[in-house]
Write a protein that binds this ligand. Structure first.
Ligand code: SAM
Length: 273
């Protein structure tokens, strides 16, 4: 008997939450199958953080998860993008986090369907130099919308200060007073948010995205009561951020152990409300 391919794995509902504190569903299974269950134009934010196909061993049950021939991986991602674009509502946002080379390739797939807004550079620490290349220092977070954005807010951040003297790291000249009062506008370079790598700060074995990435994305494009969709939910930081922002959510992960972590975290959030 041959092992099931990822594409043949179905997505099944694991937990449904309905109430004032939490309103959403967690699914286990294949991202494309999960997305197919969602209504067309139902989500105001879809966040995609797929496996990068770098040969990592995520799971003994799914040994080919991150080891696919490039063509197969690309075809699968294109299916994910087609379904994700269908699910985004008019004016809604789609975010895709990936390595720059894949962001470039996949951006061309999204562009005929959605409107490009930003290539956000998110800092990568501890990359390593290969061959005749520069030191890789960022991941790409592509931000597209379906037409004119339904909601858009530009977050303001506290300026970086020196940890020794407490002074601003940058010289803001005559704008210092405004910066002190209002903060700085969020730009398309996020160099303060590297992935969570420390074992005592993460909820699953593999690295997780910095939780503030989701908070910023939802501050920019989310609204209370709207739907957030995360087909590669991992340890669930995106779903938690959505719940905290008062959004409904639909999340999925292929691995049962990740779904358990997500449910535990969501239950913890509900019990604190
Ligand atoms: C890069 S990680 C996402 C991490 C997540 N954003 C976080 O911060 O925890 C990719 C996730 O997708 C899951 N995954 C891999 N292949 C999948 C598939 N075909 N369908 C659904 N989930 C998948 C993996 O188990 C992993 O948790």
């Amino acid at each position: 008997m041959t092992a099931p391919t990822q594409q043949s794995i179905r997505a099944r509902l694991v937990t449904r939450y309905s109430g004032d504190a939490l309103n959403g569903e967690v699914w286990r299974g294949e991202a494309v199958d999960f997305l197919r269950q969602l209504d067309t134009e139902s989500a105001s934010v879809v966040f995609l953080d797929p496996p990068f196909n770098l040969g990592k061993d995520y799971s003994a049950d799914h040994p080919t998860l991150d080891h696919r021939p490039e063509r197969e991986y690309r075809n699968w991602l294109e299916e994910v993008l087609a379904e994700a674009s269908r699910v985004v509502t008019t004016g809604g946002a789609l975010y895709l986090y990936h390595l720059p080379i894949w962001a470039m390739r996949l951006g061309t797939v999204l562009e005929p369907v959605l409107t490009f807004r930003h290539w956000i550079a998110v800092s990568m620490k501890n990359g390593f130099v290969r061959g005749r290349r520069l030191y890789p220092a960022h991941y790409a977070l592509l931000f597209f919308t379906k037409g004119v954005p339904l909601s858009f807010s530009r977050p303001r951040l506290k300026p970086q200060t020196c940890r020794h003297c407490g002074e601003f790291v940058k010289d803001y000249g005559g704008y210092r007073g405004i910066i002190e009062e209002k903060g700085i506008n969020l730009s398309d370079i996020w160099d303060d948010l590297s992935p969570v790598r420390h074992t005592n700060r993460k909820f699953r074995d593999a690295n997780e995205l910095h939780p503030a990435i989701f908070e910023r994305v939802l501050a920019i494009s989310g609204s209370p009561g709207q739907l957030y969709v995360d087909p590669f939910a991992g340890a669930g930081a995106g779903l938690l951020a959505a719940a905290r922002a008062g959004m409904r959510f639909q999340g999925c992960d292929l691995l049962a152990k990740n779904c358990r972590v997500i449910s535990e975290r969501l239950n913890g959030f509900r019990s604190q409300k």
